[in-house]
Ligand binder design. Structure first.
Ligand SMILES: N[C@@H](CCC(=O)N[C@@H](CS)C(=O)NCC(=O)O)C(=O)O
Length: 255
Protein backbone atom coordinates (compact mmCIF):
# COMPACT_ATOMS: atom_id res chain seq x y z
CA UNK A 1 0.00 0.00 0.00
CA UNK A 2 1.48 3.37 -0.91
CA UNK A 3 0.80 6.24 1.45
CA UNK A 4 0.64 9.79 0.09
CA UNK A 5 3.32 12.20 1.37
CA UNK A 6 0.73 15.02 1.52
CA UNK A 7 -2.10 14.74 4.04
CA UNK A 8 -5.79 14.68 3.11
CA UNK A 9 -7.71 17.56 4.73
CA UNK A 10 -9.76 16.69 7.79
CA UNK A 11 -13.50 17.40 7.85
CA UNK A 12 -14.48 20.18 10.25
CA UNK A 13 -15.23 18.78 13.71
CA UNK A 14 -17.64 20.53 16.08
CA UNK A 15 -16.11 22.24 19.12
CA UNK A 16 -14.78 21.13 21.54
CA UNK A 17 -13.80 17.98 19.66
CA UNK A 18 -11.46 19.86 17.34
CA UNK A 19 -9.37 21.14 20.25
CA UNK A 20 -6.70 18.42 20.25
CA UNK A 21 -6.15 18.26 16.50
CA UNK A 22 -2.65 18.98 15.22
CA UNK A 23 -2.41 19.97 11.53
CA UNK A 24 0.77 17.95 11.02
CA UNK A 25 -0.52 14.67 12.54
CA UNK A 26 -1.21 12.07 9.82
CA UNK A 27 -3.54 10.04 12.05
CA UNK A 28 -6.52 11.06 14.18
CA UNK A 29 -7.79 8.63 16.81
CA UNK A 30 -11.37 8.98 18.05
CA UNK A 31 -11.44 7.18 21.35
CA UNK A 32 -12.25 7.00 25.05
CA UNK A 33 -10.69 5.11 27.97
CA UNK A 34 -12.07 1.62 27.29
CA UNK A 35 -10.55 -1.73 26.23
CA UNK A 36 -11.52 -1.26 22.56
CA UNK A 37 -10.08 2.25 22.54
CA UNK A 38 -6.86 1.17 24.27
CA UNK A 39 -6.19 -1.45 21.60
CA UNK A 40 -5.55 1.29 19.08
CA UNK A 41 -3.70 3.73 21.34
CA UNK A 42 -1.42 0.93 22.56
CA UNK A 43 -0.67 -0.09 18.97
CA UNK A 44 0.00 3.54 17.96
CA UNK A 45 2.40 3.90 20.89
CA UNK A 46 4.14 0.60 20.11
CA UNK A 47 4.60 1.72 16.51
CA UNK A 48 5.77 5.20 17.51
CA UNK A 49 3.30 6.88 15.14
CA UNK A 50 2.27 10.51 15.32
CA UNK A 51 -1.45 10.93 16.04
CA UNK A 52 -3.96 13.43 17.37
CA UNK A 53 -6.56 12.30 19.88
CA UNK A 54 -10.23 13.22 19.92
CA UNK A 55 -11.79 12.15 23.22
CA UNK A 56 -15.44 11.19 22.89
CA UNK A 57 -17.11 10.93 26.31
CA UNK A 58 -19.33 8.04 25.30
CA UNK A 59 -21.67 8.28 28.30
CA UNK A 60 -23.00 11.48 26.66
CA UNK A 61 -23.76 9.49 23.49
CA UNK A 62 -21.79 11.95 21.36
CA UNK A 63 -20.77 8.92 19.31
CA UNK A 64 -24.32 8.79 17.96
CA UNK A 65 -24.21 12.34 16.55
CA UNK A 66 -24.32 12.66 12.74
CA UNK A 67 -20.81 14.14 12.41
CA UNK A 68 -19.33 11.07 14.11
CA UNK A 69 -21.63 8.60 12.33
CA UNK A 70 -20.04 9.91 9.12
CA UNK A 71 -16.74 8.58 10.52
CA UNK A 72 -18.09 5.37 12.08
CA UNK A 73 -21.62 4.44 10.98
CA UNK A 74 -21.78 2.07 13.97
CA UNK A 75 -21.53 5.00 16.40
CA UNK A 76 -18.83 3.50 18.62
CA UNK A 77 -15.23 4.13 19.49
CA UNK A 78 -12.52 3.58 18.36
CA UNK A 79 -12.31 5.05 14.86
CA UNK A 80 -9.30 6.35 12.98
CA UNK A 81 -8.76 8.91 10.25
CA UNK A 82 -5.68 8.07 8.20
CA UNK A 83 -4.82 11.25 6.32
CA UNK A 84 -2.11 9.46 4.32
CA UNK A 85 -4.91 7.85 2.29
CA UNK A 86 -7.77 9.65 0.57
CA UNK A 87 -11.27 8.26 1.06
CA UNK A 88 -14.16 8.33 -1.44
CA UNK A 89 -15.28 11.83 -0.32
CA UNK A 90 -11.84 13.41 -0.87
CA UNK A 91 -11.09 13.53 2.86
CA UNK A 92 -8.95 11.10 4.84
CA UNK A 93 -9.95 7.47 4.87
CA UNK A 94 -12.03 6.62 7.95
CA UNK A 95 -11.55 3.19 9.51
CA UNK A 96 -13.80 1.66 12.16
CA UNK A 97 -13.75 -1.63 14.13
CA UNK A 98 -10.66 -1.92 16.28
CA UNK A 99 -9.54 -5.14 14.57
CA UNK A 100 -9.54 -3.46 11.15
CA UNK A 101 -7.65 -0.47 12.55
CA UNK A 102 -5.00 -2.70 14.16
CA UNK A 103 -4.54 -4.62 10.94
CA UNK A 104 -4.20 -1.43 8.90
CA UNK A 105 -1.66 0.10 11.29
CA UNK A 106 0.42 -3.07 11.46
CA UNK A 107 0.37 -3.58 7.71
CA UNK A 108 1.33 -0.02 6.86
CA UNK A 109 4.06 0.08 9.52
CA UNK A 110 5.36 -3.41 8.67
CA UNK A 111 5.43 -4.32 12.37
CA UNK A 112 3.36 -6.25 14.94
CA UNK A 113 2.15 -8.64 12.21
CA UNK A 114 4.37 -11.50 11.04
CA UNK A 115 5.17 -11.46 7.34
CA UNK A 116 5.43 -15.25 6.99
CA UNK A 117 2.07 -16.68 5.88
CA UNK A 118 1.64 -19.04 8.83
CA UNK A 119 2.49 -16.44 11.49
CA UNK A 120 0.20 -13.97 9.77
CA UNK A 121 -2.72 -16.42 9.77
CA UNK A 122 -2.14 -17.33 13.40
CA UNK A 123 -2.14 -13.64 14.30
CA UNK A 124 -5.41 -13.12 12.41
CA UNK A 125 -6.94 -16.12 14.18
CA UNK A 126 -6.11 -14.78 17.65
CA UNK A 127 -7.17 -11.29 16.63
CA UNK A 128 -10.56 -12.51 15.41
CA UNK A 129 -10.87 -14.68 18.54
CA UNK A 130 -10.68 -11.48 20.55
CA UNK A 131 -13.00 -9.51 18.26
CA UNK A 132 -15.70 -12.20 18.12
CA UNK A 133 -15.27 -13.77 21.56
CA UNK A 134 -13.30 -12.17 24.39
CA UNK A 135 -14.49 -8.60 23.70
CA UNK A 136 -18.22 -9.27 23.25
CA UNK A 137 -18.43 -11.77 26.14
CA UNK A 138 -16.50 -9.62 28.64
CA UNK A 139 -18.48 -6.60 27.44
CA UNK A 140 -21.75 -8.37 28.22
CA UNK A 141 -20.37 -9.64 31.54
CA UNK A 142 -19.73 -5.98 32.41
CA UNK A 143 -23.26 -5.01 31.36
CA UNK A 144 -24.98 -7.62 33.51
CA UNK A 145 -22.53 -7.74 36.43
CA UNK A 146 -21.79 -4.01 36.72
CA UNK A 147 -24.23 -1.81 34.82
CA UNK A 148 -27.65 -3.45 34.62
CA UNK A 149 -29.99 -2.00 37.28
CA UNK A 150 -31.65 -5.42 37.34
CA UNK A 151 -29.41 -8.28 38.51
CA UNK A 152 -30.18 -11.36 36.43
CA UNK A 153 -28.15 -14.29 37.83
CA UNK A 154 -28.52 -16.41 34.68
CA UNK A 155 -27.13 -13.65 32.44
CA UNK A 156 -24.30 -12.77 34.84
CA UNK A 157 -23.31 -16.40 35.16
CA UNK A 158 -23.56 -17.09 31.44
CA UNK A 159 -21.27 -14.21 30.39
CA UNK A 160 -18.78 -14.62 33.23
CA UNK A 161 -18.43 -18.35 32.59
CA UNK A 162 -18.02 -17.85 28.86
CA UNK A 163 -15.44 -15.10 29.46
CA UNK A 164 -13.54 -17.36 31.84
CA UNK A 165 -13.62 -20.18 29.30
CA UNK A 166 -12.20 -17.89 26.59
CA UNK A 167 -9.46 -16.61 28.92
CA UNK A 168 -8.72 -20.28 29.59
CA UNK A 169 -8.20 -20.81 25.86
CA UNK A 170 -5.64 -17.96 25.91
CA UNK A 171 -4.00 -19.58 28.95
CA UNK A 172 -3.71 -22.87 27.09
CA UNK A 173 -1.95 -21.22 24.18
CA UNK A 174 0.31 -19.19 26.47
CA UNK A 175 1.33 -22.41 28.24
CA UNK A 176 3.04 -23.36 24.97
CA UNK A 177 4.36 -20.04 23.70
CA UNK A 178 5.62 -16.74 25.11
CA UNK A 179 3.14 -14.67 23.10
CA UNK A 180 -0.01 -15.79 21.31
CA UNK A 181 1.99 -16.37 18.14
CA UNK A 182 5.22 -17.97 19.27
CA UNK A 183 7.99 -15.53 20.15
CA UNK A 184 6.43 -12.69 18.18
CA UNK A 185 4.61 -9.87 19.95
CA UNK A 186 1.72 -8.97 17.65
CA UNK A 187 -1.53 -7.02 17.37
CA UNK A 188 -3.25 -10.20 18.61
CA UNK A 189 -1.49 -9.83 21.98
CA UNK A 190 -2.46 -6.17 22.15
CA UNK A 191 -6.12 -6.83 21.32
CA UNK A 192 -6.52 -9.70 23.77
CA UNK A 193 -4.54 -8.04 26.56
CA UNK A 194 -6.64 -4.87 26.46
CA UNK A 195 -9.67 -6.93 27.47
CA UNK A 196 -8.08 -9.76 29.49
CA UNK A 197 -6.35 -7.51 32.00
CA UNK A 198 -9.75 -6.00 32.96
CA UNK A 199 -11.06 -9.41 34.13
CA UNK A 200 -11.72 -8.18 37.70
CA UNK A 201 -14.11 -5.52 36.42
CA UNK A 202 -16.06 -8.29 34.67
CA UNK A 203 -15.99 -10.37 37.87
CA UNK A 204 -13.99 -13.14 36.18
CA UNK A 205 -11.54 -15.11 38.32
CA UNK A 206 -8.22 -15.91 36.60
CA UNK A 207 -6.41 -17.37 39.62
CA UNK A 208 -6.28 -20.78 37.92
CA UNK A 209 -4.72 -19.36 34.74
CA UNK A 210 -1.00 -18.87 35.51
CA UNK A 211 0.20 -18.54 31.92
CA UNK A 212 -2.36 -15.82 31.22
CA UNK A 213 -1.19 -14.02 34.36
CA UNK A 214 2.48 -14.26 33.35
CA UNK A 215 1.66 -12.78 29.92
CA UNK A 216 -0.63 -10.07 31.36
CA UNK A 217 2.16 -8.96 33.70
CA UNK A 218 4.73 -8.91 30.91
CA UNK A 219 2.58 -6.75 28.67
CA UNK A 220 1.53 -4.44 31.51
CA UNK A 221 5.19 -3.61 32.09
CA UNK A 222 5.80 -2.47 28.50
CA UNK A 223 6.23 1.34 28.39
CA UNK A 224 4.15 1.66 25.20
CA UNK A 225 1.32 -0.32 26.78
CA UNK A 226 1.34 1.98 29.79
CA UNK A 227 1.32 5.07 27.57
CA UNK A 228 -1.45 3.69 25.35
CA UNK A 229 -3.62 2.86 28.35
CA UNK A 230 -3.41 6.47 29.52
CA UNK A 231 -5.06 7.70 26.26
CA UNK A 232 -7.09 9.87 26.35
CA UNK A 233 -6.70 9.92 30.16
CA UNK A 234 -5.85 7.41 32.82
CA UNK A 235 -8.88 5.51 34.13
CA UNK A 236 -8.63 5.44 37.92
CA UNK A 237 -10.78 2.90 39.75
CA UNK A 238 -9.07 2.97 43.12
CA UNK A 239 -12.03 2.99 45.50
CA UNK A 240 -15.61 1.69 45.62
CA UNK A 241 -16.70 5.32 44.99
CA UNK A 242 -14.60 5.47 41.79
CA UNK A 243 -16.14 2.17 40.67
CA UNK A 244 -19.68 3.34 41.40
CA UNK A 245 -19.10 6.57 39.47
CA UNK A 246 -17.66 4.70 36.49
CA UNK A 247 -20.55 2.21 36.45
CA UNK A 248 -23.11 5.03 36.69
CA UNK A 249 -21.55 6.74 33.64
CA UNK A 250 -21.54 3.48 31.66
CA UNK A 251 -25.17 2.82 32.61
CA UNK A 252 -26.21 6.02 30.81
CA UNK A 253 -25.24 4.44 27.46
CA UNK A 254 -27.64 1.58 28.03
CA UNK A 255 -30.67 3.76 28.73
N1 LIG B 1 -16.46 -4.18 17.71
C1 LIG B 1 -16.20 -2.81 18.02
C2 LIG B 1 -16.75 -2.52 19.40
C3 LIG B 1 -16.64 -1.05 19.74
C4 LIG B 1 -17.34 -0.73 21.06
O1 LIG B 1 -18.22 -1.50 21.50
N2 LIG B 1 -16.97 0.39 21.65
C5 LIG B 1 -17.61 0.82 22.87
C6 LIG B 1 -16.56 1.24 23.90
S1 LIG B 1 -15.53 -0.15 24.36
C7 LIG B 1 -18.46 2.02 22.58
O2 LIG B 1 -18.12 2.86 21.79
N3 LIG B 1 -19.62 2.12 23.26
C8 LIG B 1 -20.49 3.23 23.09
C9 LIG B 1 -21.90 2.82 22.79
O3 LIG B 1 -22.24 1.65 22.98
O4 LIG B 1 -22.66 3.69 22.36
C10 LIG B 1 -14.69 -2.55 17.96
O5 LIG B 1 -13.93 -3.46 18.31
O6 LIG B 1 -14.27 -1.47 17.54
Amino acid sequence: MSLAPSLAPLPALPAPFDAGLRPEAPLVLYTHGTPNGWKVSVALEELGLDYSVVDLPISTNVQKQPWFLAINPNGRIPALHDRRLTGPDGGPVAIFESGAILLHLAETAGQLLPTDPVGRLQTLSWLMFQMGGVGPMMGQANVFFRYSPEKIPFAIDRYQRESQRLLGVLDGQLARTRYLVGDQYTIADIANWCWAHTHAWSGVDVSGLPHLQRWMDELAARPAVRRGKAVPAEVKLRSPEDEARFAAEARKMLA
